[in-house]
Design a protein around this ligand. Structure first.
Ligand code: GLN
Length: 382
């Protein structure tokens, strides 16, 4: 039997490739983005409790109402929003699923979607599988800012959507108020939708403020905003997230969602609803993770790699320009095999594998993990 592939240009994701290689070579894995420290015991106990109390059957397809209420409360506190709990929030099995569902909800064959590169690796395949076309715009090195003039030039009658991502994976760049103004001007009086990937909303540093779309009611009218509990509570393997949108857009999103996943893990929804009462658990994140970023940066100063500063997410990119002629993917493989440190080549976030001699490190790790990686990188000789 032969399948006519819907994604002929796609192989295995770089995260799986690099994590498998890390295991094979027993390398320190600073590649795929996941914490290696323990999540909250309290949250684990809340899941156990929910299961023992019998919360093991389907909950509502839109998500457990009390969890949606808590999310709306959090948004109101943080972003002064006024979200309708019944109509505007849907719980999803992870942020990636929310992104896929949003794209599938709006895209038709031939539509164009503006994507900024480097781009998180699921965006382009999820556009292509819907028969639409990614229109690529490079972020401006070294701050990875959006060239808004180029966006204006590329918007046309086929533009169906613009994807933004702040804090940004893989660079840790953060959108400013001014960026939101630019975006607002570009989409005003058009039918362009926005997909806003905000899975790192709480991982923001240097006293910057997260410019959530949720802060901007006029933008939210045309947006799908995707969030992740995995990134917030150090449990990426739980695959729990949610999407916030306008009531009209969300009702279409739910049509796609209900026949794909139907309903998300019940005990975890009960647990997350209870745990969200603890504001400190998410508000303290930026301090904890900023310390990790800074610690990693200091350690990396003893290595020959040059920091490309991150202001959010749990990633920081480093340049190996002048240290090797290998392309980024081969260099990342070489670092794993020869030095026992795994990273992600930034080229994996470009459709045409642009080579800037930069690799991405995940610093959401225990101090000893970061120290071991740095010790090994100090030995770097080529
Ligand atoms: N978001 C994670 C990262 O950027 C990976 C998630 C995945 O492996 N799909 O590393």
């Amino acid at each position: 039997m032969q399948i006519q592939s819907k994604l002929p240009d796609v192989g295995t994701t770089i995260f799986t490739v690099m994590s498998s290689l890390a295991m094979q070579y027993n390398a320190v894995n600073l590649g795929q983005g996941f914490p290696d420290f323990m999540m909250s015991n309290e949250l684990i106990e809340l899941v156990n409790k929910a299961m023992l109390q019998g919360h093991n059957q389907y909950v509502h397809s839109n998500g457990l109402p009390i969890l949606r209420e808590r999310i709306a409360e959090k948004c109101s506190k943080l972003y002064s929003s006024n979200i309708d709990v019944d109509k505007q929030i849907t719980i999803t099995p992870g942020g990636t699923y929310a992104i896929y569902t949003a794209l599938t909800t709006v895209l038709h064959a031939g539509d164009e979607v503006i994507v900024f590169e480097p781009a998180y690796d699921c965006y382009i395949p999820n556009i292509v599988i819907n028969g639409a076309k990614p229109v690529l715009i490079s972020l401006q090195y070294p701050h990875y800012s959006i060239p808004w003039n180029e966006v204006r030039a590329k918007v046309n009658s086929k533009t169906k959507m613009i994807i933004i991502n702040s804090p940004h994976n893989p660079t840790g760049a953060v959108l400013t108020k001014n960026d939101m103004e630019e975006l607002r001007n570009i989409v005003a009086n058009t039918n362009i939708f926005i997909l806003s990937d905000e899975v790192y909303e709480h991982l923001i540093y240097d006293d910057l403020q997260h410019e959530s779309i949720v802060r901007y009611p006029d933008l939210l009218e045309r947006s799908f905003v995707c969030f992740s509990f995995g990134k917030t509570y150090h449990c990426t393997g739980w695959k729990m997230g949610y999407c916030i949108s306008s009531a009209a857009l969300m009702s279409e999103f739910r049509k796609v969602h209900q026949f794909n996943c139907f309903s998300v893990d019940s005990p975890k929804q009960f647990a997350l609803a209870a745990y969200l009462k603890n504001e400190e658990a998410y508000l303290s994140l930026s301090t904890i993770m900023q310390e990790k970023r800074n610690y990693f940066r200091t350690l990396m100063q003893a290595t020959p790699f040059k920091c490309i500063p991150s202001h959010g997410s749990y990633f920081e990119c480093y340049s190996y320009d002048g240290l090797s002629n290998l392309n980024e993917k081969d260099f990342a493989i070489h670092l794993t095999k020869a030095y026992g440190v795994t990273t992600i080549p930034v080229s994996a976030f470009y459709k045409n594998e642009e080579d800037n001699k930069a690799i991405r490190f995940c610093f959401a790790k225990k101090e000893e993990t970061l120290e071991l990686a740095a010790e090994r990188l100090m030995q770097f000789k080529g």
